[in-house]
Design a protein around this ligand. Structure first.
Ligand SMILES: [Zn+2]
Ligand SMILES: [Zn+2]
Length: 575
């Protein structure tokens, strides 16, 4: 009785496209001798299965417990379906449904399989700087629109060669429908240029960049979500020169080394930190510096910790590949002059970084969306984001409550914005400080891009209480123009509410919220800082707070917290 074929239809929602989901389903179904089909739709993945009940259950078990590495399943629904008389399992063309959306995978660092192939002389993609597969490579930074198919990415201009095309269409290949699939024959290429002259192509370009780096020069490198400025981190003169050209007086530079073993020569790396450095996101992790490490003292002046990341693209791996007399740690800082957003288009980089970089390692894969490196600190084995961007954006926070489509415009410094739909809160990549025209333009275009990608038509606008933030002014103008309601939220209350959402707090019961983070305009018109709030999503009461003290230099004190400490000491008559 139980062996009689039964039908089952399954719907999977979440990050299930562009992550090898259909080949996974295809492989699993054929392995279990199930017939039926799988297809992408505008809202997720649809599966229809026919077979004995036991095999159907085994399929569901595997789907729940061992989905593809980059998949992020939010919901699996299944229901019985009349058994169909099908002879095999197939992958059907995508179904386009109006107004629906699928969460998009962030950009992911090169996977172990691709890394092996990159350094395997017998492989078709040996030393190819843009090798990728369904488990790794660019996503968010190259997607122009949904559904996520190659024609709607910046890879649309590259026609696949027969080798790539065959892999792309083979359901059992790990590059099946890998939209950025490419090889040396058909894909993007690198070149090296300086002063407007193209000096070298392909492998020779890579070797030229390495020689220039070894010689202490500053190189602009086009990566996955923007340009980096790189130099030998052990070369003090090069680091000082970069600092002065970038007009970045004392902020620490991010560093990159080929392997964890090398990083351990410079920093203490706990097992949790090592795992996190090597996670699929490959963020910058702040690590405790070892004394007397052979680094330029100007890489991170006065800092007890260093921000290290591992190479996260094949290009970075090739560029940093260890060799005799080759430096082992590189400054890999954002490609901008201080305060400006990171350059990500070729023309912009060549223009804005001309006075900073001696040479440019370029490539012709366009970046559609700028994404900065993410920065984390590990505290008691748990990761805490300091900047949540590459590898994380545009991942959604799953809200404990369903909310109406909302645009939240964020604050002034280290801005991110957020758009919500159903139970998803799509938090943007790091936009940076909204203080100049370029950053504001990138804030505005980012909002438009998110609205388009996730098919969100906001019905409510939210802004900070502070009237002078550019994000508040933007929200007010937008509300006027669209007649949408605008809610202005007190800064520390917003911190409290976002912590609750992040923790999945679904109750309307009040909590005690300690928000000691920068400054924000209070409901009494005074700047607030360290607050103990009692409240929840809808409201709060200010129970305790640090006593008020003057902010020496006004806004400047926010950037130099030591000034605030001094003000408190003097306020209480201490010296
Ligand atoms: Zn891969
Ligand atoms: Zn190819």
């Amino acid at each position: 009785m139980t062996d009689r074929p039964q039908g089952l239809q399954i719907k999977v929602k979440g990050i299930v496209q562009g992550v090898g989901f259909r080949p996974f389903v295809y492989g699993l179904a054929t392995q279990l001798h199930l017939t039926g089909w799988v297809r992408n739709s505008s809202s997720g993945v649809d599966i229809l299965l026919n077979g004995p009940n036991e095999a159907l259950q085994a399929f569901l078990d595997q789907l729940n417990t061992h989905p593809p590495a980059l998949a992020k399943i939010d919901l699996i629904t299944s229901s019985p379906f009349p058994a169909q008389n099908l002879s095999n399992f197939t992958i059907l063309p995508s179904l386009v449904e109006d107004g629906q959306f699928v969460p998009i995978s962030p950009d992911m660092s090169i996977c172990a399989d691709c890394q092996r192939e990159l350094f395997d002389p017998s492989n078709h993609r040996f030393r190819y700087p843009f090798i990728n597969c369904t488990n790794c490579g660019p996503r968010f930074s190259i997607i122009q629109d949904i559904p996520y198919d190659r024609p709607k990415t910046t890879m649309s201009g590259f026609k696949m060669c027969p080798v790539c095309e065959k892999e792309y269409h083979d359901p059992l290949n790990r590059r099946f429908h890998a939209q950025p699939i490419a090889c040396d024959e058909c894909g993007p290429q690198i070149w090296f240029e300086a002063n407007g002259t193209r000096l070298a192509d392909r492998e020779e370009a890579l070797q030229t960049a390495r020689q220039w780096l070894r010689a202490g020069k500053i190189i602009a490198i086009k990566g996955i979500g923007g340009f980096h400025l790189a130099c030998d981190a052990s070369n003090d003169a090069a680091v000082i020169e970069l600092r002065s050209r970038k007009k970045r007086s004392d902020k620490a530079f991010a560093l990159m080394a080929f392997s964890r073993e090398i990083i351990q020569n410079y920093c203490e790396v706990s097992p949790a930190e090592a795992d996190f450095l090597n996670s699929p996101q490959h963020p910058i992790v702040l690590l405790e510096a070892k004394p007397n490490a052979a680094l330029s003292p100007n890489a991170a002046p006065g800092q007890a910790s260093l921000g290290f990341m591992l190479p996260y693209t094949p290009l970075h791996l090739l560029l940093l590949e260890p060799a005799a007399d080759f430096p082992e740690v590189f400054v890999m800082t954002s490609g901008n002059s201080s305060e400006e957003p990171v350059a990500y288009t070729d023309a912009d980089a060549l223009h804005r970084l001309a006075g900073i970089a001696d040479g440019f390692l370029m490539n012709n894969r366009p970046i559609h969306m700028r994404v900065d490196d993410s920065v984390f600190r590990i505290i008691e084995n748990k990761p805490y984001p300091i900047r949540r961007s590459r590898g994380y954006a545009p991942d959604a926070v799953n809200l404990p409550l369903s909310v109406q489509p909302t645009l939240a415009c964020g604050a002034e410094l280290k801005n991110t914005f957020c758009l919500t739909r159903d139970q998803y809160a799509f938090i943007s990549h790091h936009i940076s400080d909204l203080e100049n025209y370029e950053t504001l333009a990138s804030f505005e275009s980012g909002i438009e891009h998110f609205k388009q990608l996730f098919r969100i038509d906001p019905q409510l606008i939210v802004a900070d209480l502070h009237p002078d933030y550019l994000s508040t002014k933007y929200a007010q103008e937008l509300a006027l123009r669209t007649s949408l309601p605008l809610i202005q939220v007190q800064h520390q209350h917003a911190h409290l509410a976002s912590c609750l959402a992040d923790a999945g707090w679904s109750s309307l019961e009040p909590v005690i919220g300690l928000t000691f983070d920068g400054t924000g305009l209070g409901t009494d018109g005074v700047i607030w800082g360290g607050e103990v709030l009692i409240g929840g999503y809808a409201g709060f009461e200010r129970r305790f707070h640090l006593s008020e003290a003057p902010l020496p230099g006004g806004e400047a004190a926010i950037r130099h917290p030591a000034r605030i400490a001094l003000a408190y000491l003097s306020h209480f008559g201490l010296e």
